[in-house]
Design a protein around this ligand. Structure first.
Ligand code: URA
Length: 250
């Protein structure tokens, strides 16, 4: 038995628009199945045996997947490694078969949101430095993070290699006194993704990140019900959000 999928879902899946844009395209007579114009965007098709055309061009269906992983500490953001466990090792064998790869990197000791997909185009756009996709991190920082740091991050700080960062938004959540000094819980939103960026930004102001978690990337927010090390497929709404965000944030 072939795969059965709604034609609007298939076309949205292939990046031809949101479900409502596809619905409109069907109304305008842009979508054909096996040579016939269709009227119902909910028509069920089998991509292996039905020929779907969008605006006259055949649409080749690829099995694209999007997984949201809550990355645990101790695994690296790579597809393979001879020594270390990778984020791909956390996937079920069936999901690994679809060749997903991590969109960007989190350090081995960083936890939280990591998108895994085999959609090279979306990955490329999310990672493109020109798109300024916002990423929000929560961190525990050794030291007293203060208003001067908020101002410094807003203006951009200079990293150890001389790179001046773009404006970033720092929010101080809490401070606590421990035996070895003050610690601050913060959240930080950055619009770029240099190597070890968050840790190096704090180093630039004389402080050390001791725990780091990513909670969002573009429009995608970590599902807090996912335990560290577990993952799920993105919902259709999440995929659409990611795509539309990508379109508007230039
Ligand atoms: N910044 C870091 O320093 N590490 C990460 O893993 C992500 C952002």
């Amino acid at each position: 038995m072939g795969k059965r999928i709604r034609v609007d879902k298939l076309l949205a899946h292939m990046g031809l628009g949101t479900r409502s844009e596809i619905k409109r395209a069907v109304k305008f007579g842009l979508v054909q199945v096996d040579g016939r114009l269709i009227k119902d965007s909910g028509l069920i098709v089998d991509p292996d045996s039905n020929e779907v055309k969008y605006d006259g061009t055949p649409v080749v269906y690829r099995d694209i997947v999007y997984f949201m992983l809550n990355k645990p500490q101790g695994v690296i953001s790579a597809t393979e490694d001879s020594r270390e466990r990778t984020v791909i090792d956390l996937l079920e064998p069936n999901d690994r078969l679809r060749d997903p790869f991590p969109v960007g990197r989190l350090d081995k000791d960083t936890v939280g949101l990591l998108l895994l997909t085999n959609d090279g185009q979306l990955a490329h756009e999310l990672l493109s430095p020109r798109k300024h996709v916002a990423k929000t991190y929560e961190a525990l920082v050794q030291g007293e993070v203060g208003d001067d740091d908020i101002l410094a991050f807003k203006g951009g700080v200079t990293l150890d290699d001389g790179y001046a960062t773009m404006p970033a938004e720092l929010v101080i959540e809490r401070r606590e006194q421990r035996d070895d000094g003050v610690y601050s819980s913060i959240s930080l939103t950055i619009m770029e993704g240099k190597f070890h960026q968050v840790k190096r930004m704090f180093e630039a102001v004389g402080k050390q990140v001791v725990f780091l978690k990513r909670v969002s990337m573009g429009a995608l927010v970590l599902d807090e019900s996912l335990l560290e090390g577990s993952y799920r497929e993105l919902t259709d709404a999440e995929v659409e959000l990611l795509r539309s965000h990508k379109r508007t944030v230039e």
